[in-house]
Write a protein that binds this ligand. Structure first.
Ligand SMILES: [Zn+2]
Length: 162
């Protein structure tokens, strides 16, 4: 048995033998006996006895918000090849895209990068993949990945082997 753990009702002051109730009443949290709780429960909120430690639900894969959409750099080639494969003229493709033929030509020359919307349309019409996801996270990932071997090193290795 637990010894010395006696709870007194904060309403009537009696020792609580039965179940006690923690309630939020008039702004403060008090522990009361059952009969007092019955009296005040309409004006109070029962406070959950055990505040279980929240299970760490942080396993959500943090959505990589830094993923951005971009157009495949090879778009001129992709568009042209797919268009020719489908035996479409630039004009026909332009009509399907509802753009000027000039736009298609410029895209195929690499002078005009399609917007994501245009690329999506081209993807559907030409059955190609133009929109790619670019991850921008991990700081500046533009750094050279591995510089342990420079061209000079490779040459030196080759020379050494001879
Ligand atoms: Zn009481």
């Amino acid at each position: 048995m637990k010894k010395g753990v006696e709870t007194y009702c904060e309403m009537c002051g009696n020792r609580i033998d039965g179940p006690s109730f923690s309630v939020k009443f008039e702004g403060s949290t008090i522990t009361v006996c059952k009969s007092c709780y019955e009296k005040i429960k309409k004006h109070s909120t029962l406070v959950p006895r055990e505040t279980k430690p929240q299970p760490a639900k942080q396993k959500k894969v943090a959505k990589t918000e830094e993923t951005e959409l971009d157009i495949d750099e090879d778009y001129p080639k992709i568009i042209k090849e797919a268009r020719e494969r489908l035996h479409l003229s630039t004009k026909e493709l332009a009509e399907r895209m509802k753009v000027q033929e000039n736009i298609i030509k410029r895209m195929e020359m690499g002078r005009l990068k399609p917007t994501i919307g245009e690329a999506r349309m081209l993807e559907r019409i030409l059955n190609v993949k133009l929109v790619i996801q670019v991850s921008q996270g991990k700081g500046k990932s533009q750094e050279p990945e591995d510089q342990t071997l420079t061209l000079g090193d490779i040459i030196r290795i080759r020379e050494g082997k001879k």
